[in-house]
Design a protein around this ligand. Structure first.
Ligand code: FAD
Length: 403
């Protein structure tokens, strides 16, 4: 079968890889280069055990502070876009204990499968992507947030998640000595030894090369323009620079851009962009750089070591599709990184970045065919804040459905 995959982010490329493995002929189309969207500079965490959805009942208590505090990690700029309001409404409805538990259980299962598939692919393809079995410490500043995290940890244990430990601040500093400075600024932490980190862009670049070597066609710098249909079937896509690509089946993996493209053939996708930022700095300072991945839960910032670099990523903004890098947010990230790890870098060469998490209200991705849609249109989108973590498992699910 000839399958056309739209989007060369981590979701599109892992999907194309799994389809190629199953003997399909694959064409990947992207308006830019591989990993030019959310997959290019994300937080680098392979967060297989720590999958707490954003839609959590705890959000109600935090909402006033999140919306009103100038230092809040959450920002909403209301748009003249009914999709934004519908998403916020559905998100608030999803902030219940029952939905959060259902989501956690499904994400844990998908993440566990993803880990197996990603590890096998990395080894088979001898992929260089600054991968490390880093472990992860999630830091909590208040007793209340630490208590809530211990509850979530107990739930994840019940649901068969990996082993996690609640540790005191001095214990966390013993696990990651680079944390010695901020000992007094947090109360405790949850430690998950089995978590990993890797550079998602390097994985995408490697996959693009592997796919080309295996005979897949990669059409980059060519944007999707429209669908070509015949009855209830898609026959081709037309491209902005002219020409059409015909195929037997189509997989939409265009992240936050997917809803507008799906809507053109009557499919409603509950995906909305949650903007975030990252900085990457060289670990060229006089002090120690962390090896363990760190999450500062209060500021919603994650830190990951990538070879000789440190990546810090965070913030959640509902600001439509505006993906410009804002200096203020980059300064906030730099200040937060310097506060936790003052000497790990000279902080002279900072790579700023912004990207859009393709998020669903519940946090569960959309994988497969949709009711009302053409029968040969498949969706793989909406992995939100966990797209790198969930990519390989989502790709296998999609490729199995299609095959
Ligand atoms: C700040 C931040 C931190 C994050 N941290 C983590 C983390 O630590 N761990 C984790 O697991 N996940 C993390 N994520 C989430 C993860 O990055 C995303 O879920 C994932 O990258 C989504 O991949 P994707 O392939 O669906 O989308 P994208 O990477 O955005 O790819 C979509 C592709 O579609 C292409 N496209 C769009 N429109 C068209 C068109 N009309 N025609 C052709 N091509 C088109 C784009 O050019 C793009 O290449 C983070 C995200 C952000 C923003």
């Amino acid at each position: 079968m000839h399958v056309c995959v739209l989007g060369a982010g981590i979701i599109g490329l892992t999907t194309a890889y799994e389809l190629t493995q199953r003997g399909h002929r694959v064409t990947v189309i992207d308006r830019a280069t591989p990993a030019s969207g959310a997959s290019g500079g994300n937080g680098a965490q392979l967060s297989y055990a720590y999958v707490q959805p954003l839609a959590d009942p705890g959000i109600w208590a935090q909402l006033p502070k999140l919306l009103l505090s100038p230092s809040s990690a959450l920002k909403i700029r209301p748009q003249w876009d009914p999709r934004q309001w519908a998403w916020v409404w559905q998100f608030l409805q999803a902030c219940s204990a029952q939905q959060s538990q259902t989501t956690t259980s499904q994400l844990l299962a998908l993440a566990a499968h993803s880990r197996l598939v990603f590890d096998a692919m990395r080894e088979r393809e001898n992929m260089h992507c600054d991968f490390s079995e880093s472990g992860k410490l999630v830091l909590f500043r208040s007793e209340a947030s630490f208590a809530a995290a211990r509850q979530q940890m107990a739930l994840q244990k019940q649901l068969g998640g990996a082993t996690q430990m609640a540790v005191s601040a001095p214990e966390a500093c013993a696990i990651e000595p680079a944390l010695v400075h901020p000992q007094k600024t947090f109360t405790g932490a949850i430690y998950t030894e089995s978590e990993c980190a890797a550079d998602c862009k390097q994985v995408c670049d490697a996959l693009a090369q592997i796919l080309s070597a295996q005979g897949a066609a990669l059409l980059v710098g060519q944007a999707f323009k429209n669908w070509v249909t015949s009855g209830d079937k898609l026959t081709a896509v037309s491209l902005d620079k002219g020409g059409e690509v015909a195929a037997d089946a189509f997989v939409l993996c265009t992240g936050h851009a997917a809803p507008a493209m799906a809507a053109a053939v009557g499919v409603r996708l509950p995906v909305y962009p949650l903007k975030g930022y990252s900085i990457t700095v060289a670990t060229d300072g006089t002090g120690v750089a962390p090896k363990v991945s760190i999450t500062d839960s209060a500021r919603k910032i994650v830190f990951a070591r990538l070879g000789q670099r440190l990546r810090a990523a965070g913030m959640v903004e509902l600001v439509g599709h505006d993906d410009r890098v804002q200096d203020r947010q980059i300064q906030t990230l730099q200040q937060a990184t310097q506060a936790l790890f003052p000497d790990c870098s000279r902080y002279t060469d900072i790579h700023p970045w912004a990207g859009m998490r393709p998020a669903t209200p519940t946090g569960l991705p959309v994988i497969g065919r949709q009711a009302n849609g053409p029968h040969n249109l498949y969706i793989n989108a909406g992995q939100g804040a966990l797209g790198f973590t969930l990519a390989s498992g989502s790709a296998v699910q999609l490729a199995n459905m299609l095959s």
